[in-house]
Write a protein that binds this ligand. Sequence first.
Ligand code: UD1
Ligand code: UDP
Length: 381
Amino acid sequence: MKIITIIGARPQIIKAAALSRAIATYFPTKIKELIVHTGQHYDQNMSAVFFDELGIPKPTINLNIGSGSHGKQTAVMIEQLEEVLIKEKPDALVVYGDTNSTLAATIAASKIHIPIVHIEAGLRSFNKKMPEEINRIMCDHASTLLFSPTKTGYQNLMNEGFRENKAMLYSADNPGVFHCGDVMYDNSLYFSRLNEENSTLFKTLGLQKNDFILATVHRNDNTDDPKHLSTIFESFRKIAEKNNETIVLPLHPRTKKMLEKSLSNDLYNSIIINKNIKIIDPVSFLDMIALEMHCKLVVTDSGGVQKEAFFFKKPCIILRKETEWVELVECKAAIITGANENLILNAYNTFINKEDYDFPPLFGDGAAAMFICEEMIKNFN
Ligand code: UD1
Ligand code: UDP
């Protein structure tokens, strides 16, 4: 069986590691995987770094499409992916999550009747102003196999008209929907075991374990709205200054570009010179896991980082108005604040004073990728 895996953005490259590892370990003769990178992310620390450290096979094809407006970026991807799919004739196409690379691959494959396997299906924010919400809905409704990491995701799909279905063979008109756990949980377990003491970041940054806050910001609603971006960084300044907290911020290039442009001179300068706020370039996944494992609190608008905070039993402030990972909030391990200073500072105070946490095992058993491979073999071999 031949599959093509589409990757493009940072989290998709990391997610792909779990499936490639499962194929190499358990199904090397049954599944042939070709990795195609759209080039949506291209900086060394947003792409290449992950192949080297996570042992992902190098992409057979990199389309090097790069950045652009939604329409332009997606259109160029569709055009070039169609050519690849026609030439390579895979039995199925594997896509992850909800980026423009996911959408482009979905459109290209579905029009030429290549079955789509959607990993991370069913997640919903119920906010159609998010580009990702449109991408994931379109992808789910064109897919043949849908693998949801959570019960909520599975239920969202049932609410949208998917059915529990025990077909002999699934198709886009008769899709198979599975709740199978999260491939990122597979990865976090696997790489945290390898990782324990290898990160040099702590020494370089002068960090004390369990005595710093880890933050990331990249969501367009936060980066492209100067008011939101300023509020978030004003909150960071207050937490760092008033509470003498160290905040480590591996900054997405999108946010880095907007900081100087959107913050007032006063705020920008006070952030840049503040020794407690350590703005650094994006880090490798192994370094990121080390930061997540040893921080005391995570503050983020990232989907992946929210969940990894939970995997490593850290509380999380979610800098968004809603989350697809509602379980984290239900367990009281995460608080949604959006870009609202009062809510961010209140959430900080809540977590700094809270001792009893509950992190139940909601994301599977660390073998989601193996389950996905087995279902693909049943359906496409
Ligand atoms: C994309 C995804 C988002 C995901 C995120 C993961 C879409 C619509 N969004 O958002 O769901 O959470 O990836 O990180 O697909 N840039 C660089 N270097 C790079 C990549 C990006 O400088 O290697 C800058 C460019 O200025 C670019 C901007 O970041 O215009 C945004 O990149 P883009 O891939 O369009 O969106 P993300 O915000 O990364
Ligand atoms: N990540 C990383 N280095 C960083 C920031 C994030 O390796 O500097 C990893 C993080 O551990 C998670 C993934 O990137 O696995 C999340 O990607 P991102 O926040 O860009 O996107 P999202 O999950 O929101 O789509």
